[in-house]
Design a protein around this ligand. Structure first.
Ligand SMILES: Cc1cc2nc3c(=O)[nH]c(=O)nc-3n(C[C@H](O)[C@H](O)[C@H](O)COP(=O)(O)OP(=O)(O)OC[C@H]3O[C@@H](n4cnc5c(N)ncnc54)[C@H](O)[C@@H]3O)c2cc1C
Length: 373
């Protein structure tokens, strides 16, 4: 039986999932049909948990378990400690710890999601919500109508989309420059040039060895775990944020290479496949049907939320109304601030996922396991 799950992820997770969705019939990946909604979070960069821990604990001498919330605001990382004090340092100090794959990512606003959510553009304790597809907008509007969120058009907020555009532009310019430098040194970044589907033909016939040389060793891998999820033999596993071969590949199997979002990523073709014609194309924001500032009406959801608690509030509405069977998203795991993907089937469990964990979660293989149970 097909489930109707929402998936919450950073832009590279959404790029990965959309690519699998686009070629699911061709590549026999029916499990992705369980994804009914993709919620993307704005993201400038991300950290592997071990690096984030080293940054906070070794460089700044603060135990992760002593921090109740992390924020990134106005170029600073801020750790709100349980004793009421704060750890605050410039974002620049974290740059050496950022994952190498993030430095060639061109997507800030999760442009392929059904709904994208971030802090930038809205006042404190509100979330910026970009509704990109009809189904995304219906969930957003339903949540507003039924009193789960308070919402207003982004034009009523200063500076609104201006900041989203600025950050998108900065990320793209910086990372295209980095990709160019890597290309000059012989490590070409494959995904940034692909717009249409014709480019995909060159990915045919390539296997895990090619993935290792062209993506993983080339520093473009973002450990989304797509290669693990799509492997028909179950012989690829992401270990410590790096895909590894743990068994023998099937002869002629090319799924891990073909479906990786860091080989070809036919951005325009994917937009044409998943977005309605009336979804406006806006540079720096992506295709959309409307942009809003929103916040949870439920006090607890707002308080526990990273910004306006809009993600959890909107998805709580969808679970309550039976529009979704579950939500696959990360929460802080056994090690505090080490993300662990979970499936929440009701709003009480979903609330435990509130807030941002600034470390990468390998959520896609978990989603596949849940979808194929
Ligand atoms: C690594 C990272 C970097 C970000 N950078 C920016 C930025 O530069 N600018 C900006 O405006 N916004 C950024 N965001 C988004 C922002 O932090 C909030 O997640 C977003 O505004 C939603 O807030 P909310 O209160 O509506 O969500 P809530 O209602 O609090 O829900 C949070 C949701 O995020 C999910 N989540 C938490 N951690 C992760 C993770 N590591 N990976 C995937 N999903 C996760 C939770 O499972 C939950 O579903 C970033 C998020 C992440 C994960």
């Amino acid at each position: 039986m097909t489930n109707r799950y929402a998936f919450v992820g950073v832009p590279c997770d959404i790029e990965a999932l959309r690519k699998v969705e686009a070629y699911s019939s061709l590549r026999n990946q029916n499990w992705v049909g369980d994804v009914a909604l993709q919620v993307g979070l704005f993201c400038r960069e991300n950290w592997a948990f071990t690096c984030f821990r080293a940054l906070i604990e070794d460089d700044f001498g603060v135990k992760l378990e002593d921090v109740k919330k992390f924020d990134i605001k106005k170029g600073k990382i801020i750790g709100h400690k349980k004793d009421g004090s704060t750890l605050e340092f410039p974002l620049g100090k974290s740059r050496p710890y950022v994952r190498v794959g993030c430095h060639v990512c061109l997507d800030f606003a999760a442009e392929l999601a059904d709904i994208s959510v971030g802090a930038v553009g809205s006042p404190a304790n509100w979330s910026t919500v970009i509704c990109r597809t009809k189904k995304g907008k219906e969930i957003f509007e339903g949540a507003a109508r039924e009193g789960y969120i308070e919402a207003k058009p982004i034009e009523e907020v200063k500076p609104g989309t201006m900041l989203v555009k600025k950050l998108t532009e900065e990320k793209r310019t910086e990372n295209l420059e980095e990709a160019k430098k890597r290309g000059e040194k012989g490590a070409s970044v494959l995904h940034i040039k692909t717009l249409g589907q014709s480019e995909l033909a060159k990915d045919e016939g390539k296997n895990f060895d090619d993935l290792t040389s062209d993506v993983i060793d080339a520093g473009a891998c973002i450990a989304c775990g797509t290669c693990e999820a799509v492997c028909p033999e179950g012989c690829v596993k992401v270990v410590d944020q790096r895909p590894e071969l743990t068994g023998k590949c099937k002869d002629d199997c090319t799924d891990c290479y073909f479906l990786c979002p860091r080989t070809s990523l036919p951005q325009i073709a994917l937009e044409d496949m998943f977005f309605e014609e009336d979804a406006k194309r806006e540079t720096g924001v992506g295709r959309h049907l409307g942009i809003y500032a929103a916040r949870a009406k439920d006090e607890g959801t707002l308080e526990k939320g990273q910004d306006g608690g809009a993600v959890v509030a909107m998805l709580s509405y969808a679970l309550d109304k039976g529009l979704l069977d579950g939500v696959v998203s990360p929460k802080s795991g056994v090690d505090p601030w080490n993300p662990e993907p979970v499936l929440s089937k009701n709003k009480e469990d979903l609330k435990k996922t509130s807030g941002t964990i600034y470390s990468h979660s390998v959520t896609i293989p978990f989603l596949k396991r849940e979808a194929t149970k």
